[in-house]
Write a protein that binds this ligand. Sequence first.
Ligand code: NAG
Ligand code: NAG
Ligand code: NAG
Length: 418
Amino acid sequence: MDKFLALSVLLLQFCFSSSLTIPAATNNILINHAISSSNYDHPRKHDLHRKIKTRRAKLTSFEGVTAEIENVEGTYLVNLVIGTPPVSFLASPTTVTDLIWTQCKPCKHCFNQSTPIYNRSKSSSFSKLPCSHELCKASYIHSCNSDCRYKQKYLGGSSEGVMGTETITFGSHSVPDIAFGCGNSNTFVVSHGSGVLGLGRGPQSLVSQLGIRRFSYCLPYYAESNGRLLLGSEVQHQQNSKTEIQSTPLVLNPSNSSFYYLTLHGITVGETKLQIPKGMFEVRKDGGGGLIINSGEMLTAMEQPAFGLLKDEFKSQLKLPFADKKSSLGYDACFSFEPKSNVEVPKLIYHFDRFADLVLPVENYVFTDSENGVMCLAILEGNEGVSTFGGIHQSNINMMFDLNKGELSFAPVHCKEL
Ligand SMILES: *[C@@H]1O[C@H](CO)[C@@H](O)[C@H](O)[C@H]1NC(C)=O
Ligand SMILES: *[C@@H]1O[C@H](CO)[C@@H](O)[C@H](O)[C@H]1NC(C)=O
Ligand SMILES: *[C@@H]1O[C@H](CO)[C@@H](O)[C@H](O)[C@H]1NC(C)=O
């Protein structure tokens, strides 16, 4: 190997006894859930924004909340509490949808959850959301007889039920009157959880409802439970001389206004900058395309032709054959190697706007199964019309969203120290 390449390579030392982890490929379904919701998210923006402002004013005394994030077999979950008396609400926190919902009795169709299912008749803090309320009308699919009924579609299924308001408790901090979906027909499954915590930019999201302009999260690795979600204007990066904080603009796409778009100028593998066509990750004039940041799924989904270029570049630098479909557990970029040997993995760098280069640690983009000699990139071939930047890439990086500055800043950190 030439010297140049050697420098650009990270040595991946496989530890044979330790937990190897290629998570099950159910992630494929979850990826879709992210995207398709946007297809149902066409609120009348101007109208909504005006009304939301008045709501915000009520919450000026709000200081901030914290919740732990755990990664349970590939699903990120925050451990919240809903209602009075309180019931556990294990919610998947996601930046690519807005609606907050939990499974709700009586169930027409509920998936298994490990904690008792919330029953609104048992909660003294539940109220129905009036049909005239802007957060009722913000659901792309809603109907109004006496109740505000919603349907939130994802490609992997849907959640359907009645919109209400509830007290949601984050640690010791209870927040009343959060609008949410009380879902009694849920074909979309949140594995190990009971619902979804929407953190998007649309009016129904927790971020919009609280009226906060800043939040941050740190996502844990597979099967770890030390992640953090922090919401509030006081949220800051840890300041110490060693942390390098970088920032890049958060772009708003008026056609899909729930998403946080990033401007990605390029990708480097090892020492090679990929020859990605100009504009590959830009939002097109028709509102499609672009790259959005996703805290709800582990994997990144990269549209073509970027995905193919990336995969081929890894193949040529690794000098390893592609793994066959069976051993690759459904992932799209996997390589075979001599079982129990070491592999040198090229660096992976994302070049975001304003010279924000995200140099990923190898565990943020590669899964390995050294017993069987298979390694896979944590990147799938996207085919939803938009690329998504997934959670594994963001592991152990504090991601801070500042909506006033229109900026995402990030800094490597150990989540458990936050
Ligand atoms: C929900 O709670 C009410 C009031 O306690 C109870 O009558 C009802 O049976 C419960 N529903 C279910 C499906 O458990
Ligand atoms: C749900 O839980 C029940 C009872 O524990 C079990 O019989 C059933 O197989 C589970 N269903 C699924 C889809 O896991
Ligand atoms: C974004 O908006 C455009 C136009 O409204 C639409 O064609 C596209 O499917 C939307 N969704 C995504 C994920 O880009």
